[in-house]
Design a protein around this ligand. Structure first.
Ligand code: 3HC
Length: 292
């Protein structure tokens, strides 16, 4: 009997819910779980909303959207999510210790042939896989927000990742309709975020030193043809994710990345961007309300 492949996604937040949707759109059954039941409820709403946007722009039919949604099981435990899965994608917050804890649990709960992928933005895969029984099946599978729309996925090889697991992960990314790039050296930030890291720091310092207004910098960037300006994009990705990334770079690349504290103060005030409705901008219906 034909058994559709199953993927599991651990973490139903900004990225996790979108990754679950991408795998379900590609025909996978998906087990999606989160430590917070309210995050799982929010993921249901976000995935329904995203599918209706795909229907509205005639990318899929209403019937297909319902089938895709029915392929996603919103479950309360990691054990239920990974049951029968051939691949697990971790998408919990960008905190190294938290990711290592999740992978230790996944290592216990899954057979050695199951690929364990992290959607980490910056954290070395080698470190995430450290101490596991089967580090050879741990890879990086770094999606870009929103995963449903953006094609690029970085596939990252940790020092202990086997060639087989690395190539399997690459093929899976192609199978779900994305464009993988192989990242052969496991360094903080990999390719895209390593290149963007200095930008995040400079855009922070630009504001901290009162040199410019976010809305004017963003207007300039959009005027240059970018879909979002830098501050709008940081709101969209999550100011907390940007702060976790800068803190990680300050620990692993250079203390200079810890120089700017403006973003940290925004996180302390709960101003995380689109995910809390307010960051540099107020957010409504997926859009930054840019002051005129
Ligand atoms: N689900 C389904 N469809 C969606 C969607 C979603 N979540 N988000 C947008 N879309 C679709 C819309 O339906 C629309 O489709 P249509 O053009 O066929 O009608 C199309 O995408 C454009 O969306 P909008 O009209 O709402 O608005 P925009 O034109 O501004 O596009 C955007 C929205 C795709 C988010 C665009 O602003 C964009 O690409 N922004 C840049 C995003 C980016 O750079 N992400 C990477 C950040 S870095 C990262 O993620 C790395 C991590 O490590 C931090």
């Amino acid at each position: 009997m034909y058994m559709p492949e199953k993927a599991a996604v651990i973490g139903a937040g900004t990225m996790g819910h979108g990754i679950a949707e991408v795998f379900a759109l590609a025909g996978y059954h998906v087990g999606l779980t989160d430590a917070y039941p309210e995050a799982l409820e929010k993921a249901k709403v976000s995935i329904r909303d995203s599918l209706s946007r795909l229907v509205k722009s005639s990318k899929i039919t209403q019937e297909a959207a319902e089938q895709v949604f029915s392929r996603i099981s919103f479950v309360g435990t990691v054990r239920e999510a990974v049951e029968g899965a051939s691949i697990v994608i971790e998408a919990v917050p960008e905190i190294e210790e938290l990711k290592k804890k999740v992978f230790s649990q996944l290592d216990e709960l899954t057979g050695s042939s199951v690929i364990l992928a992290s959607n980490t933005s910056n954290i070395r895969i080698t470190s995430i896989a450290e101490g596991l029984r089967h580090p050879e099946r741990v890879v990086g599978m770094h999606f870009f927000n929103p995963p449903v729309v953006l094609k690029l996925v970085e596939v990252i090889k940790g020092e202990k990742t086997s060639d087989e697991a690395f190539e399997n992960a690459y093929r899976i990314v192609e199978k779900i309709g994305k464009t993988p790039i192989r990242v052969m050296k496991d360094t903080p930030g990999f390719v895209v975020n390593r290149v963007n890291a200095p930008e995040s720091l400079f855009f922070c310092l630009l504001l901290e030193k009162g040199m410019a207004k976010p809305e004017e910098v963003d207007a300039f960037a959009r005027g240059q043809g970018l879909p979002m300006g830098p501050y709008e994009l940081m709101d969209y990705v999550g100011i907390d994710t940007v702060v976790h990334s800068l803190d990680y770079y300050a620990r692993t690349l250079s203390p200079d990345y810890g120089k700017c504290r403006l973003f940290h103060s925004m996180v302390e005030k709960g101003m995380l961007g689109a995910k809390t409705g307010r960051g540099f901008y107020e957010w409504k219906d997926h859009r930054a309300q840019v002051p005129k």
